[in-house]
Write a protein that binds this ligand. Structure first.
Ligand code: KG4
Ligand code: ZN
Length: 351
């Protein structure tokens, strides 16, 4: 089954053609991050305008590359269904993808599958082409760490999810983004902080440096919750009134990264110990973080969990390949009247 995925939940306009939920035939992503970078954060109105500008060229390109479709020929592309993100996300951005998908489904007479963006992030772990059939096993435990959400999820099988914990305030990605701003680093903050932190860690040959300047709230509590809002206050106190030079920024970036990564790792290990999943799946934009990947892989190995999955870094951040993959494994087409934007959708359904 060949599915066209469409993703417009935030500042990426993405379309992808995926076969049987695992094989990427094309994956096109246009981003307006550069525009937001100047402002230090996303401007929803601007993001929606950019979605409108890019949606048709991005879908056309995905179909051309993925299934040799010729837009001039006036025939439907050789796909079996269209999958589209319905939430959570920015309403203006979501509407562009949803209305385009609905229109194409009518014109081409193709079924349409609504997709929860947060759950679909996890499906990036079914897409890795180097996997040689080593796909995740159920029950699986998934840590979804994105710009707006941080959730630990137990997956009994496709479509059977239970939420076991998450952030009580800011998301991990949000913490990266806000702290980067305090250090004068550009948006998105995750890659900026990570880049500066890497410079520090390299210089100090990483292994035995103690990075414990900032708090790790809730880390000793026997739950699976996170709290990141205190971090930005702590960082603000640390930098207030100071003229930061390059070295100071690098050190602070490493401290910030370590505080976020430690919280994520400790709670993931706690959850692995309790639920004993067959596979652990790391997903969401923050999963691109090298330090998080390294520490989680190392520590999960110590916890008798052989099957650790994390997608290639370019599939961690928003794209439409995981949208199409989700739709294949959770194939539930809906009528047009049942498909509408849900900006506040949570990982287990409506808020
Ligand atoms: O999943 P995603 O692409 O979009 C949302 O659904 O939110 O996640 C975006 C988030 C941003 O907060 C960004 O700073 C963070 O992922 N991010 C990273 C890295 N790359 C992206 N955080 C830490 N390290 C990275 N390398
Ligand atoms: Zn995302």
């Amino acid at each position: 089954m060949v599915i066209l995925g469409i993703e417009t939940s935030c500042d990426e306009t993405a379309a992808s053609v995926v076969e049987n939920g695992t094989k990427i035939l094309s994956n096109i992503v246009a981003t307006s991050a550069e525009i937001h970078s100047k402002a230090g954060g996303i401007i929803p109105e601007q993001a929606a305008r950019q979605q409108l500008r890019w949606i048709i060229p991005v879908i056309s390109e995905a179909l051309k590359r993925g299934c040799n479709w010729n837009p001039k020929k006036n025939t439907p592309p050789p796909i079996d269904a269209i999958a589209v993100t319905i939430g959570p996300g920015l309403i203006g951005s979501l509407l562009v993808g949803i209305e385009t998908a609905k229109t194409l489904s009518v014109v081409w007479q193709k079924p349409i599958v609504p997709v929860n963006h947060l759950v679909s992030h996890i499906y990036a772990n079914w897409l890795d082409k180097n996997k040689k059939n080593n796909y995740p096993h159920f029950p699986a435990l998934a840590l979804v760490v994105s710009g707006g959400h941080t959730d630990l999820i137990l997956m009994k099988e496709h479509g059977k999810l239970s939420w076991i914990g998450g952030t009580r305030d800011d998301a991990a990605g949000e913490a990266f983004d806000k702290c980067a701003r305090l250090l004068g680093l550009p948006y998105p903050g995750g890659p900026s902080i990570s880049e500066e932190a890497e410079k520090f860690l390299k210089g100090y040959k990483s292994k035995n440096i103690r990075l414990n300047l900032f708090p790790r709230p809730l880390i000793n509590e026997k739950n699976f919750d996170f709290s990141f809002s205190g971090l930005k206050t702590a960082v603000w106190r640390e930098v207030e009134g100071k003229r930061l030079n390059k070295k100071m920024v690098q050190r602070l970036a490493a401290e910030i990264q370590e505080a976020i990564v430690d919280s994520l790792v400790v709670k993931s290990i706690r959850a692995i110990k309790k639920y004993r999943p067959k596979s652990f799946l790391l997903a969401g934009g923050v999963a691109a973080n090298k330090r998080l990947r390294k520490k989680l892989i190392l520590q999960t190995k110590n916890e008798i969990l052989q099957d650790f999955h994390v997608c290639t870094r370019n599939l961690c951040t928003d794209n439409a390949a995981f949208v199409a993959s989700f739709a294949f494994f959770n194939y539930q087409p809906k009528t047009l009247g049942e498909i509408f934007a849900k900006p506040d959708l949570t990982i287990v359904g409506e808020a």
